[in-house]
Design a protein around this ligand. Sequence first.
Ligand code: 5HY
Length: 252
Amino acid sequence: MHIRVINPNTTADMTATIGEAARDIAAPGTRITATQPAHGPVSIESHFDEAISAVGVLEEVLAGERERVDAYVIACFGDPGLQAARELTRAPVVGIAEAAFHMASLISTRFSIVTTLGRTGIIAEHLLDQYGFRHHCRRVRAAEIPVLDLEENADAALDRVIAECRRAKEEDNIGAIVLGCGGMAKLTGQIRDAVGLPVVEGVTAAVKLAEALAGLGLETSKYGDLAFPRPKPFSGRYEHLSHLDLQDGSKG
Ligand code: 5HY
């Protein structure tokens, strides 16, 4: 099984971290390719960053279709471009936020999310509503660290994330913590041991869900809104997306 794990920001070190965490948890025989867009923000910390990164995610899915991968993971906690990506392929596409919400709701009745910057918390809240998990989530908290601090000031960033997780444990009456950033992919064990609560991390949750879906032979439905986009002309810098013929498996 071949899973393409897409880091929607363009920071290679974070892509490497995400790839390592995915390979550590993948089943024997699962091949993980960790990629990032050629164009886009070095980190995603706003609606603007998210909107731009979504196009990069779609370009990476089209590249994966040329390699006929079996499943995709979108490794940013905003799940940028998730539904659009599902239109481009029959393969399952799993967003790390959606995967983490599902997994956390299977092991706890209430969880809190700990993300990086407070300003991106609303993105997680919108996804909780969109996916139907608002009633499972007590609070969306922030360690108030820039995303790239997870790579560049790792120890200090970890301390701040642990401190916020401890506050969640003391104050939120929860049974689990959901980590709210793909850049936290390799911190699960340290945080769990420091906080003493189950910790759900999106990249690893999404890889296991992608394996399960592909292993069951389940494909993204092509009936209704996730059907392949109607081929049409695109202009300017998107001209190469014109007349995408995704139907017959020979990808654009
Ligand atoms: C992420 N940003 O998972 C989000 C996290 C966030 O570049 N990768 C990013 O803070 O919204």
